[in-house]
Structures are given as structure tokens and as C-alpha cells.
Design a protein around this ligand. Structure first.
Ligand code: PNS
Length: 181
């Protein structure tokens, strides 16, 4: 049984990600969910906030580990003695970029395999960006992310209404937040 790295931005984790993690945990000895520390992006949540969200979301799984990394994914995989990079494939449009990434990683580290899992069809439209956009314009995201993550997002956009969140553009529209329960 191999060790798998499930790398990503997870800004924030969605039910689609959790579906992949749960299925990864059945296939691999251990699945390491690895959040990329990417200084070139302006995420909604800090890496530490995302790690905490993922830890809470995966607390029911015994063979999962949550970590962060910098630089190349294959270097991190080597450090963690992982043999597999796990990625979810939602729709055809994902395929081009994912295939390019898989080929690049294979060229950099021939001993590491990328394994794709087809996202369950109920999550095939779901992405972190879609979730943030819905929340930002006042829609309910309760069917797309765990409740604790939905609360974090609602709080974040509530702060934005008062101009307290520097990671979002100042032009972020005022939103009428749905009641979190
Ligand atoms: O959740 P995302 O943003 O689709 O994840 C993309 C991620 C983090 C898997 C990818 O950008 C990545 O592996 N970045 C690390 C840099 C790297 O290894 N690049 C070479 C492969 S393209």
C-alpha cells in the first residue's frame, strides 16, 4: 500500500475535496493532504486557517495527515516517501492542465505516479472559486462545504463588508449574508 500526497490550494476545502480524500484513504495506506504555500496568490484564508479547516473536515479519517509545503510537489513527495500524487478530475476542461501537470511531475520524478480519481458526479461542478463567488454575492454555500467552513467564509465576507479583510479587493460588493444555520 502506497502513501499518497493530495496537493492543492484548498482555499477553502469543499465537499468535493473531502470526497476525494475519503476515497484516497480507502486506496492508500496514508493520504497526506498538502496545502501549497504559494506567495504569488492572495488567498481568502491563510495557510494556517486552511490547515485547521482541513483537519476538522477530516477528523473522522484515521489514515489522513494534513500538512503544508513550499516549492515543487514532487520534492515534497520525496521528502515524505510518497509514491503517489492524488488529484481529482471533475470535467473535461480540468484534463488539459492536469495532464500537463502529471507529465511535468513524471519528468521531474519518474518514480512518482499521478493517480486521478473521477470526482463524484454531485460535485463535478464544484470548486473553491465557485463557493467563494456564491458566498460573496450572498448565496447559500451550505451544500458545498462543511458547516464550519461555511461559517468561516460568511465571517470573512462579513468582515469585508466593514473593510477589515486586506486580502480582498476594496471594491468587494456589500452582501446580504444568509443566516448560517
Ligand atoms: O488546488 P490547485 O490550485 O489546483 O493545486 C495546484 C497544485 C498546488 C497541485 C500545483 O500548482 C502544484 O503542484 N504546485 C507546486 C509547484 C509544482 O510542483 N509545479 C510543477 C507541477 S506543474
Amino acid at each position: 500500500m502506497a502513501i499518497a500526497i493530495y496537493p492543492g490550494s484548498f482555499d477553502p476545502i469543499t465537499l468535493g475535496h473531502i470526497d476525494i480524500i475519503e476515497r484516497g484513504c480507502k486506496l492508500f495506506e496514508k493520504t497526506i493532504v498538502a496545502v501549497l504555500r504559494n506567495p504569488n496568490k492572495s488567498p481568502l484564508f491563510t495557510v494556517e486557517e486552511r490547515l485547521q479547516q482541513i483537519r476538522i473536515s477530516t477528523a473522522h479519517l484515521s489514515n489522513v495527515e494534513v500538512d503544508s509545503f513550499e516549492g515543487l510537489t514532487v520534492n515534497y513527495a520525496r521528502i515524505r516517501s510518497a509514491q503517489v500524487l492524488l488529484r481529482g478530475l471533475r470535467v473535461l476542461s480540468d484534463f488539459e492542465m492536469e495532464l500537463q501537470m502529471a507529465h511535468t511531475n513524471k519528468t521531474l520524478a519518474a518514480e512518482i505516479e499521478t493517480v486521478f480519481l473521477a470526482t463524484s458526479k454531485e460535485y463535478s461542478f464544484l470548486s473553491s472559486s465557485v463557493v467563494k463567488e456564491i458566498a460573496r454575492f450572498g448565496g447559500s454555500i451550505d451544500h458545498f462545504v462543511p458547516q464550519h467552513v461555511a461559517l468561516d467564509i460568511y465571517k470573512c465576507y462579513a468582515k469585508t463588508q466593514h473593510g477589515q479583510n486586506p486580502t480582498l479587493p476594496e471594491t468587494a460588493p456589500r452582501v446580504n449574508l444568509p443566516h448560517p444555520n
